[in-house]
Design a protein around this ligand. Structure first.
Ligand code: SD4
Length: 347
């Protein structure tokens, strides 16, 4: 498999060993929790083809495994899906080893960590922040925007000032490892190339976390949070905080999240498309595939990018599809928390 993004090789010196350890840890965790039957309220939803147990939570990439656990703590007690997705993605935001989300995220071309996040509930309420600096949990700021303002989205300095006024602390989010990676990028390769995350790539540089949860009362909510593309232009905002692009939820139909090269997702409003396709009767798998096919049909050079869609419908059916091999997601149901590999368009 060709690696288009060899500039990420240098990051390996700094973070790759950590990530391998993390991966092993996560696989272990997955194996351990696979055998545990957890108690808590569950609800059976009859489907035409199968029977799904609620609650259920899914999230992108292998950092979704520990994030799902945090969400599950809320869901298993009969808690609200909105609380679950917020608590879940906060795990990745706080983890310095996750180099594409929150604290520890790789900075932009000027060395600044700028974050994008959004959240959406089952009634269609939405909140979002973009180009936000210094706040470790942008998803919680997004929730405050949703719940305490008449707006959907705040950006940059306005978002920061809103966060500080609402009790969030100003923090330095640039870890020593991320700073070293940026310094080496400046010395060795000042070009911007999107992160791809494909199978057999030297660096497994995990992406945005997008999470969808369906609680035991059938309420479906979602959240998405990221530091975006490493070494992006200062001011660049990706798909993740854009309602309908990085995340969309319709509480009567289902939800979808996106990861990968945000520009391609924004140009096709991918998550909205996935939900609309489910509304028309496609399964989550089929809808995700169709949204990837739309990018393939419309966007030249799509082969150079990874795009992953993950969807959950209100019956608890999940589905995914990716542009490239290598996109996986974490699926948590009663008794198991496991990684599922998305089928890719490119073989
Ligand atoms: C973005 N989709 O900012 C996000 C982050 C990501 O590979 O997934 N990067 O474009």
């Amino acid at each position: 498999m060709k690696c288009y993004f060899s500039h990420f090789k240098f990051i390996s010196d700094i973070v790759f060993q950590d990530m391998i350890s993390r991966r092993n840890f996560i696989q272990t965790l997955s194996g351990v929790s696979g055998g545990i039957a957890l108690s808590g309220p569950v609800m059976s939803v009859p489907l035409m083809t199968s029977e799904v147990q609620l609650p259920i939570v899914v999230s992108t990439w292998n950092h979704g495994i520990p994030a799902n656990e945090a969400a599950w703590e809320i869901l298993r007690e009969g808690g609200y899906a909105l609380d679950a997705v917020e608590a879940g993605v906060r795990v990745a935001e706080a983890d310095p080893e996750v180099i594409t989300v929150g604290y520890g995220g790789l900075p932009d071309a000027t060395g600044k960590v700028t974050l994008d996040a959004c959240i959406m509930d089952e009634q269609g309420n939405a909140g979002s922040v973009a180009f936000l600096e210094h706040i470790k949990h942008p998803v919680s700021v997004a929730r405050k925007v949703m719940e305490q303002t008449p707006h959907v989205m705040l950006t940059g300095k306005g978002a920061l000032s809103f966060a500080l006024k609402n009790g969030f602390s100003r923090e330095n989010l640039l870890t020593p490892a991320a700073r070293s990676a940026w310094k080496r990028w400046k010395k060795t390769d000042r070009t911007f190339k999107p992160v791809i995350n494909i199978e057999n790539e030297e660096i497994w540089n995990h992406d945005t976390i997008g999470m969808l949860a369906l609680d035991s009362r059938g309420r479906l909510c979602g959240a998405c949070t990221t530091s975006g593309m490493a070494f992006k232009l200062h001011g660049r905002v990706g798909d993740s905080p854009i309602i309908g692009a990085g995340l969309f939820v319709d509480g009567d139909i289902g939800g979808a999240v996106a990861t990968g090269s945000g520009e391609l997702v924004m140009k096709t409003l991918g998550s909205f498309l996935v939900v609309e396709l489910m509304r028309q009767g496609l399964t989550p798998d089929e809808a995700c595939r169709e949204a990837v096919m739309r990018i393939a049909a419309k966007i030249p050079d799509h082969q150079k990018h990874q795009i992953g869609y993950l969807a959950l419908d209100i019956h608890g059916n999940t589905g995914s599809f990716a542009m490239q091999p290598g996109f996986d997601y974490a699926l948590r149901t009663s008794g198991k928390n496991e990684l599922v590999m998305a089928p890719p368009l490119m073989k």
